[in-house]
Ligand binder design. Structure first.
Ligand SMILES: [Zn+2]
Length: 126
C-alpha cells in the first residue's frame, strides 16, 4: 500500500520524515498519530504536523530472513534522528555499525513506487 509515502517528503536532495509534535511538551512522535502525546498525555488537539530530517545515528539493526510477502534477506534499522526521535525502516548497508551516521533516501522499486531506506551518510546523494 502506498499510504506509507505520506510518511516522508523530499526537500531538495534530502528526505524529511513526517511526524507530529506535541505543542504542550515538545515531544516528536513518529509515525504520526491523532490520539495524543505519549510523553505527557496531552490530547490529540495538542499535536501538530512536524517534518524532521532523516539524518541520524544507527542505534540498532537486524537482518530479516523470513517474511511472507517481502523478498529476504533484508535489513531493518532503528535510527536515532537528529530530532531525537527513533525511527525504524529498511537499511541498505553492506557493513553496518552501531553509532554510524546514516540518512534516509528513496530507492526506486519500479516506475511508480519507491521505498524509504536508511543508507550510510557517506554513500548518500544522487
Ligand atoms: Zn506532550
Amino acid at each position: 500500500m502506498s499510504d506509507r509515502e505520506d510518511l516522508w517528503i523530499e526537500k531538495g536532495s534530502e528526505i524529511f520524515l513526517r511526524g507530529v509534535r506535541c505543542t504542550n511538551c515538545g515531544s516528536i512522535l513518529f509515525p504520526p498519530q491523532p490520539y495524543g502525546c505519549e510523553a505527557c498525555g496531552a490530547d490529540g488537539g495538542s499535536l501538530e504536523d512536524f517534518e524532521f530530517s532523516s539524518q541520524g545515528t544507527l542505534h540498532s539493526f537486524t537482518t530479516v530472513y523470513v517474511h511472507p510477502k517481502i523478498e529476504t534477506p533484508y535489513q531493518v534499522a532503528e535510527v536515532r534522528t537528529e530530532a531525537r526521535q527513533y525511527v525504524r525502516a529498511r537499511l541498505d548497508h553492506p557493513d553496518p555499525k552501531v553509532g554510524e551516521a546514516v540518512i534516509g533516501c528513496l530507492q526506486i522499486i519500479d516506475d511508480d513506487d519507491a521505498q524509504f531506506v536508511f543508507v550510510p551518510t557517506s554513500q548518500a546523494g544522487g
